[in-house]
Design a protein around this ligand. Structure first.
Ligand code: GRF
Length: 215
């Protein structure tokens, strides 16, 4: 049996993905410890969730720093001390600079509500509806310095109904996120997925496009 994963989770908002990871740990599906939860936003409900679960949590408000580099330096300092296997971005609404990315090679994961490389950035659900896309989805990827870019680890698709409203789509996507993020972490822990030199190996085979998950 592989060792438990140790994780740092970074978020800015409600933290439902953090909750899904916590639940998955608590029900024995994911062998992991969350060492620290960090938010750049003191009002993030995700911090409250961390508190309620007795997890170490901390707000590092980016507004108190003169620039991105100084802010990232502080994050690097704090996260390095925790010695984690993965830094899990779960709705962390900031781009991490090149220095941060360089400090944690093969370790920074993000979840994004679209089928990347389509629709990086905000308002993905709206864009899907405006463009009358027939499918939408969720992507988990390794983070580089770009916006929602980096090698894709896994994704899941959903069909979009013509009559669907943005809120329906948001709920549908959230449900998939709550499945796929813990699942991918669990496969990383079990060694079914590995990340080597910024490349993704799935069941021992290098995989350029990531693995599709069916829910
Ligand atoms: C999710 O939709 C995630 O894909 C995106 O930010 C959102 C975070 O939601 N990166 P929550 O705070 O986990 O509920």
């Amino acid at each position: 049996m592989n060792k438990k994963l140790s994780l740092a989770v970074l978020l800015s908002g409600s933290g439902t993905n953090l909750q899904a990871i916590i639940d998955s740990i608590n029900n024995g599906k994911l062998q992991a410890d969350i060492k620290i939860v960090i938010s750049n936003n003191k009002n993030a409900f995700g911090l409250e969730r961390a508190k309620q679960c007795g997890l170490k949590n901390l707000c590092i408000d980016h507004q108190a720093f003169k620039d991105r580099e100084t802010y990232d330096k502080k994050l690097i300092q704090i996260i390095s001390k925790e010695n984690v296997d993965f830094i899990v971005l779960a709705g962390f609404m900031r781009i991490l600079g090149a220095n941060f990315v360089k400090c944690f090679p093969n370790k920074i994961l993000n979840i994004h509500p679209s089928l990347l490389p389509k629709y990086p950035g905000l308002n993905t659900h709206k864009k899907v509806l405006e463009n009358k896309d027939k499918e939408h989805g969720v992507t988990v990827h390794l983070v580089d310095e770009g916006l929602d870019s980096g090698p894709i680890i896994g994704y899941a698709k959903v069909k979009v109904d013509v009559k669907e409203k943005e809120n329906d789509l948001i709920n549908k996507i959230h449900k998939i996120e709550h499945f796929i993020y813990p699942e991918i972490l669990s496969e990383l822990q079990e060694g079914k997925i590995s990340i080597i030199d910024n490349k993704i190996k799935i069941d021992d085979v290098y995989c350029k496009d990531g693995k599709e998950y069916f829910i």
